[in-house]
Design a protein around this ligand. Sequence first.
Ligand SMILES: Nc1ncnc2c1ncn2[C@@H]1O[C@H](COP(=O)(O)OP(=O)(O)O)[C@@H](O)[C@H]1O
Ligand SMILES: [Mg+2]
Length: 330
Amino acid sequence: MEKAILSVRNLKTYFFTQRGTIKAVDGIDFDLLPSECLCLVGESGCGKTVTALSILGLIDSPPGRIVAGEVVYHDVNLLKSSREQVRQIRGKEIAMIFQDAQSALNPVLTIGDQIAEQIKLHLKFSRREAKERTVSLLKEVGIPSPAEAADYYPHQLSGGMKQRAMIAMSLSCDPQILIADEPTTAVDVTIKAQILDIFRRLKETRQMSLLFITHELGVVSEIGDRMVVMYAGRLAETATVAELLGNPRHPYTVGLINCLPDMTQGNDRLQSIPGTVPSLIEPTNGCLFHPRCDKALAICRRQKEPSVLVNQGHSVFCHLYSPAETSQPC
Ligand SMILES: Nc1ncnc2c1ncn2[C@@H]1O[C@H](COP(=O)(O)OP(=O)(O)O)[C@@H](O)[C@H]1O
Ligand SMILES: [Mg+2]
């Protein structure tokens, strides 16, 4: 396999609250390869956003803390780097479009000023250069009349245009990695298609890796090269998108895929997997998915799921595929 540009190793991010310790991310591993789109998938509450914020050193502490693991970017463990080093990388080399990004726009600054601000923060550009670059970024994300649009305030833009402006802002310093957290979730179907188009185009025109977070498998099939399925803070399955959609092994992945036809109706996408993500406070010893799993074995209750290599590049975290498995159904 190609050398990763970003490697997450045994990452554990916990929140220490009065109710108990929330193990939001509990020992996950994945690699982001150069120029690929890796999708991070799972239901709401599975730890996707916490994973992204951990990579960027943005976990609120307290109550959160990264208690173990490594985030290796170009051979440097960001978790061992100084705040200043991480601040230099964040926004410049690794950019992020936050979930609910549109509300993060500053209502009293024009779109152009907000993007120029980002550019001047990280790059030594003059005012005029920053302005020129801003207009070219707005053009790149398909905002019509970009020079005029730069002078608009956020409230003068539609939801789709605001989302485009956020994408432009994230690209302001030509990042090597772009993390996009559910960029198509809060928008309607037409805009979703347009936003996906932009990401597809960026993939072709820029040498950039994309970590694309979504709970919608339909979106994954349109944009992703490889995917990582998360469940309750842990990994369920990883492989290429084609392999996972064609040959899913984990019962959770199968459940997600079975929900796909519902997507066109705009229903709650994951309705057909009965049950909900468990509380992540002091979870049990076994596989966290077992209470919802129709294939659960007795061992799934007692013992943490093993990592099993299905074939090159395809891993599943499930007792069902353990060669040593002789357990009885529960
Ligand atoms: N600041 C916080 N304090 C306490 N718990 C948090 C905090 N942020 C996230 N969590 C918990 O971490 C878990 C994972 O959340 P999140 O990463 O946002 O899920 P996702 O993005 O997959 O929907 C959830 O149980 C959530 O309640
Ligand atoms: Mg989230």
